[in-house]
Design a protein around this ligand. Structure first.
Ligand SMILES: Cc1cc2nc3c(=O)[nH]c(=O)nc-3n(C[C@H](O)[C@H](O)[C@H](O)COP(=O)(O)O)c2cc1C
Length: 214
C-alpha cells in the first residue's frame, strides 16, 4: 500500500511574528496568541495540547491532553498519576507541550519540568467536573491492559451504586501536573516556507529572545 500525499500543499499567509511585536514575557505572548486563536474561532478545542514524555522504555511518547489553566508560573493538565505518562514523569519530569492552531497557522512548543499540583488544587478541580467524568476517573485504570469494554461498563455500574448516596471523592492517583517552562517557541506560518520562529530561553532577569531559521 502506497499513498502519495505530496499534493497536500498550503501557503501560510495569515499573520507574522517579529521580535518587536512580541511580548518580552513569553507567558504574555502565549496569552495573546491563545486569545486571538479563540476569537478567530475554527479550532474546536483550543486548549488541546500534545504532551510528550520520555518513557521508561527510553522512547518519547506524545498524546493529547487538555490544558486546564495557566498562569505566570506554568501550564496545568489533569490525568492519572499511574498512567504511562504518570510513570514516565515520575522517572523524568522533563516534558514538552505543543499546540497546533491551524486557524491562525500557529504552533507553540514549550519544554518544561512537570510537577504535581497541590492535593487541594486537584481536589478543587476534580469536584468541579461533571459526575460522569468524576466516576470515569474511578472506573478506568488508565493505560493498563483490560479484558474488554464490558469490564469498564460493569465497573461503571458498580461504582454508580457504591457512590449513589455519597459525593464522589477524588482518587489519590488522580491529579494535576503543572509544567514549568524552560523554553518557549512560537511558530507562525509564512509564505514560501519562510516561517517566523521565535524562541525564548532563560536569560537572567528577562527571557532571551532569538529568531530561528525555519
Ligand atoms: C482531545 C483529547 C483530550 C484529552 N484530554 C486528556 C486529559 O486532559 N487527560 C488525560 O489523562 N487524557 C486525555 N486524553 C487521552 C490521552 O490522549 C491519552 O490517551 C491518555 O491520557 C493515556 O495516555 P498514556 O497511556 O500515554 O498515559 C485526551 C485525548 C484527546 C484526543
Amino acid at each position: 500500500m502506497a499513498e502519495d500525499l505530496s499534493d497536500y500543499r498550503k501557503s501560510y499567509e495569515k499573520s507574522e511574528l517579529t521580535i518587536t511585536q512580541s511580548d518580552q514575557d513569553p507567558f504574555k505572548q502565549f496569552k495573546k496568541w491563545f486569545e486571538e486563536v479563540e476569537e478567530v474561532a475554527g479550532v474546536d478545542e483550543v486548549n488541546a495540547m500534545t504532551v510528550s514524555t520520555i518513557g521508561l522504555d527510553g522512547f518519547p511518547k506524545s498524546r493529547v491532553v487538555l490544558l486546564k489553566s495557566y498562569d505566570e508560573e506554568g501550564f496545568v493538565f489533569y490525568t492519572n498519576y499511574e498512567s504511562e505518562k504518570g510513570k514516565a514523569i515520575a522517572a523524568n519530569p522533563d516534558v514538552c507541550l505543543s499546540f497546533f492552531w491551524p486557524n491562525l497557522e500557529r504552533q507553540v512548543i514549550i519544554k518544561g519540568k512537570a510537577e504535581k499540583v497541590s492535593e487541594e488544587t486537584s481536589k478543587t478541580y476534580f469536584n468541579s467536573r461533571p459526575e460522569g467524568s468524576r466516576l470515569g476517573a474511578w472506573v478506568s485504570p488508565q493505560s493498563d491492559v483490560i479484558p474488554d469494554r464490558e469490564f469498564l461498563e460493569k465497573r461503571l455500574k458498580d461504582l454508580e451504586k457504591e457512590f449513589s448516596e455519597n459525593e464522589i471523592p477524588k482518587p489519590d492517583y488522580w491529579g494535576g501536573y503543572k509544567v514549568i517552562p524552560v523554553e518557549f517557541e512560537f511558530w507562525q506560518g509564512r509564505p514560501n516556507r519562510l516561517h517566523d520562529r521565535l524562541r525564548y530561553t532563560p536569560g537572567g532577569v528577562h527571557w532571551k529572545l532569538d529568531r530561528l531559521a525555519p
